[in-house]
Design a protein around this ligand. Structure first.
Ligand SMILES: Nc1ncnc2c1ncn2[C@@H]1O[C@H](COP(=O)(O)OP(=O)(O)OP(=O)(O)O)[C@@H](O)[C@H]1O
Length: 507
């Protein structure tokens, strides 16, 4: 399988090979082993496949191409057949491991692949082949991945999606991210889905699932995905589980509407990455946890649940869903890195920054300029360096809501005896002119236009509108009723609706 269309860069790579070799270290990897690395802030690492075959979380490396990693990336170069890689830079940790769960991942992939093939055959009306079970309605795989903190759920999701895109069958599995703590394709706080047609590169955690078309210009991003997102607005599920439930169902409905119009796309199936708060030992409220798992199972019509490294959750899922869903336990990789709260906070900042400005990683010293790619997507000539626009707009240009949270006058300002009752789902209008509105340096999701037909409108409609982009409010001028808004591209905000959550913009 040819991984990437990189041939136009190869000339410059060869011409400066000598300068790379000056600081590069070679690692010879035996078959079925992996080179693991972890980067500190402000360090980058360059990896070149010298010979053999290698992949990072299922995405193949092209030979003689130098890939650049940064922003505290932690990852592994795995090889099925053995390879030699050349590494330039100083990771805080690096080692080779012979123990990986990749065989288990590959077996799961093969089983999912069979499901896709059978489903597609049924869609085309072809008779099943002899070796198949005579299921009259074979369904494509719709997989829910569950597991505790740092069990490797996102890595497994990415690996399975990447393997599906590499089969040469033309699959575009839907990758669904219902972990609002992870940016998905744009800003953290969203839950989103995108059909993936080519392997997702790993280069920084600022774009775990590749770049979104909403931010990076289409023509320069190999994975310029058109994602479908809903804004939850917080990193933690416990902030508003009811809202999360509704958004999951919205996302599912929207995916099914698309699939109803495109049966072949449906055969690729979907894979859902979930937050660790869905797993049993995270201290999350058990009722919420179970209802959100159920929301996913219902909304995405899940038929396979993969539980990563958690025996108790595996048993619980077998009991609850085992009669109608295949539940499989997957071993946790010893390479998964424990990420602490400070790291997660920094990653969210990187993601927001990445959304506005794109990303440019400085190559490690000793690596000549013009010799590297950033996750296969960037070269110095074709940089993912965006120029966001700061625009001054009137308060009245944008209608801003906050969902289910009181932020206007303090309770002490209410009449004596009165309590304020706000439903978790109630969209509350936020007035930027009110001191303490919480809008200064807030990140907002800009929503798709509401239904043009007034008769179809309803009170909670803003909860059901998908996101079309994000912006940050960087200045508020209350006397003149104006605010400064930062967004990746210029466009009129007049008459638009936005939702504010709990994410702050920091330069
Ligand atoms: N084999 C490996 N070698 C090195 N790093 C790895 C390996 N597998 C995963 N990682 C890294 O470990 C970190 C945690 O992995 P991952 O995000 O897949 O876990 P998770 O269970 O989804 O986490 P969360 O707690 O956020 O839900 C990530 O930075 C990932 O890139």
């Amino acid at each position: 399988m040819s991984a990437l269309g990189l041939s136009e860069h190869e000339g410059s790579l060869h011409s400066s090979a000598a300068s790379i070799a000056a600081e590069a270290r070679q690692w010879v990897l035996e078959p079925e082993t992996e080179y693991r690395f972890e980067l500190d802030p402000r360090t980058t690492l360059a990896i070149k496949l010298v010979n053999g075959q290698a992949e990072i979380f299922g995405s193949e490396l092209a030979e003689s191409t130098t890939y650049l990693f940064g922003l505290e990336c932690k990852a592994a170069v795995y090889t099925w057949q053995g390879c030699t890689i050349e590494v330039t830079g100083h990771p805080s940790t690096e080692y080779v491991s012979e123990e990986t769960p990749l065989n288990a991942f590959a077996n799961i992939h093969l089983a999912l692949e069979q499901m896709r093939v059978r489903a597609l055959r049924a869609i085309h009306g072809s008779p099943p082949s002899d070796d198949e079970d005579p299921d009259p309605n074979p369904e494509p795989p719709r997989v829910l991945i569950l597991g505790p903190d740092n069990s490797g759920k996102t890595t497994l999701t990415k690996t399975l999606v990447n393997y599906a895109t590499r089969t040469g069958q033309g699959w575009s599995p839907m990758l669904v991210n219902v972990d609002p703590g992870e940016g998905g394709w744009a800003a953290p706080g969203a839950i989103s889905a995108a059909a993936i047609s080519s392997p997702i590169q790993t280069s920084t955690p600022a774009a775990t699932f590749g770049s979104a078309a909403t931010s990076a210009p289409h023509h320069i991003s190999s994975n310029s995905l058109s994602s479908l997102s809903y804004w939850y607005g917080h990193a933690e599920m416990r902030r508003n589980p009811l809202l999360m439930d509704r958004l999951i169902r919205n996302l599912g409905e929207n995916i099914w509407e698309r699939w109803d119009a495109d049966l072949e796309a449906r055969a690729s199936g979907l894979i859902v990455d979930t937050p660790s708060s869905f797993a049993a030992n995270s201290g999350a409220n058990s009722d919420h946890r179970q209802s959100l798992i159920k929301a996913c199972v219902d909304a995405f019509r899940i038929n396979v649940i993969l539980v990563v490294g958690h025996e108790k959750l595996n048993v619980e899922m077998q009991r609850t869903y085992g009669s109608r869903v295949v539940v499989v336990k997957i071993p946790k990789s010893g390479g998964v890195v424990e990420l602490d709260a400070g790291y997660r906070e920094r990653i969210r900042r990187y993601q927001l920054h990445n959304y506005m400005y794109g990303r440019v990683l400085e190559p490690p010293s000793g690596l000549a300029v013009n010799t590297y790619l950033q996750g296969g997507e960037q070269t110095p000539e074709l940089s993912l360096n965006l120029a966001p626009q700061s625009t001054v707009v009137s308060f009245g240009d944008l209608t801003i809501y906050r969902i289910g949270e009181e932020t206007m006058a303090p309770t002490s300002a209410l009449p004596i005896g009165a309590t304020r009752v706000v439903s978790e789902m109630q969209p509350l209008l936020v007035d930027p002119a009110q001191p303490g509105s919480g809008l200064y340096n807030a990140v907002l999701a800009l929503l798709a236009p509401p239904n043009p037909d007034e008769a179809e409108r309803y009170d909670e409609e803003v909860l059901d509108l998908p996101v079309v982009g994000y912006l940050a409010i960087t200045a508020l001028d209350i006397p003149n009723k104006r605010m400064t808004v930062l967004a990746p591209s210029q466009g009129s905000l007049v008459g638009r609706t936005a939702i504010v959550g709990s994410f702050e913009w920091q330069e």
